[in-house]
Design a binder for this molecule. Sequence first.
Ligand SMILES: NC(=O)c1ccc[n+]([C@@H]2O[C@H](COP(=O)([O-])OP(=O)(O)OC[C@H]3O[C@@H](n4cnc5c(N)ncnc54)[C@H](OP(=O)(O)O)[C@@H]3O)[C@@H](O)[C@H]2O)c1
Length: 401
Amino acid sequence: MNNTKEFDLIIWGASGFTGRLVAEYIFQKYGVGKTINWAMGGRNQAKLEIVRAAVADETVPLVIADSQDEASLEEMVKRTKVICSTVGPYAKYGSKLVAACVNNQVDYCDLTGEAQWIRRMIDAHHDAAKANGTKIVHTCGFDSIPSDLGVFFMQKEAQKRTGKPAKSIKMRVRGLSGGLSGGTFASMENVMEEIAKDKSVYKVLTNPYSLNPEGEQSGPDKKDLQTVLYEEETKGWLAPFVMAGINTKVVRRSNALMNYAYGKDFRYDEAMMFKSRFKAIGVAMTLGIVFLGKPGSFYKKIINRFLPDPGEGPSKAEREAGFYKFHLYTTLSDDSKVLGIVTGDKDPGYGSTCKMLAESAICLAQDELSDISGVLTPSTAMSDKLLKRLEENAGLTFSIV
Ligand SMILES: NC(=O)c1ccc[n+]([C@@H]2O[C@H](COP(=O)([O-])OP(=O)(O)OC[C@H]3O[C@@H](n4cnc5c(N)ncnc54)[C@H](OP(=O)(O)O)[C@@H]3O)[C@@H](O)[C@H]2O)c1
């Protein structure tokens, strides 16, 4: 890591809904230039100045770069140790930035949950990043830190108890309150558009192991839950969890990148869990209503009227009132059961995500991490160091019942 850089990190996309929350969190918690040298980045100076005045002050430097202008991206990344990007949809705006980071050995983290784009970044950059020591870390928000670090935490517990990895973990969402932003809907919409144009995208989204290295894309796990059913073991009604598609793939990639430290037979799945069958059906139906319909269709246009536009998202009151709670039903190697719990304060997608992303970026910039490199996952890139930061600073808890 180069220690002579002007900045530890640049938050690129600081004028957007999530980026401004990341900037606000870092400004309030760490100030400017005291323990962290950081800057707000974006494509529009005037807009950045307005946001900076609202969430920080003029001591925070501004950096201008546009996702389509490679020279501006190169110039930006050369000034910093870490790029923290909230510019999405990432599949539209993120590829050239990742390339610039790898070319200049600048570590990178983001909030993408776009599996098809992560696959492209792995194919294009994993080998080069691995060879030159760069850490590229996608999914540093609600998808997929609580899942990825939750499994990492439970597997450490399993090793402590039995000396072997756990056989399986069923992650069940037991409580969740929060909303979605326009940027997130735009990213989801973009995935649907990509599927309509290119059928291979669908394969990446539906193969449970599609983020694993080439030749290692199979295993015991099946596709994510698509229906409502009763689960005897957990005594609950299950419904599909919208983030399962990316979270489970990230957990499996973590396992593969750690030479199968969780075992080649490790099984992992995610679902929402309710005591009431009707609540489970209600959630499944709501998902169906939001995600049904072709991009650009009349149905979609009607639905989109009720969704936030880019730059919009849950209010401060909604973010403050939000929370989430995951139960990790874990079967150890001796078939005994352990229940792990992961919780987060604030709403998952923004109040909690902005803290997770900020702490990931600071962790990459300042903590002593293992020298693993390539296109990584949060747990493989930052492991215990990130876990500690999340518990101490970001309002997450990881515990065993
Ligand atoms: N994983 C999670 O848990 C999670 C949570 C929240 C968000 N997200 C993801 O984060 C991304 C951002 O969401 P959001 O709601 O914050 O979106 P948003 O409010 O629409 O913000 C998007 C940002 O990208 C910038 N941008 C757009 N085109 C650009 C370009 N050509 N060059 C440079 N910057 C450009 C925008 O700049 P201007 O202001 O100049 O337009 C803005 O700063 C989305 O992909 C979303 O899915 C993920």
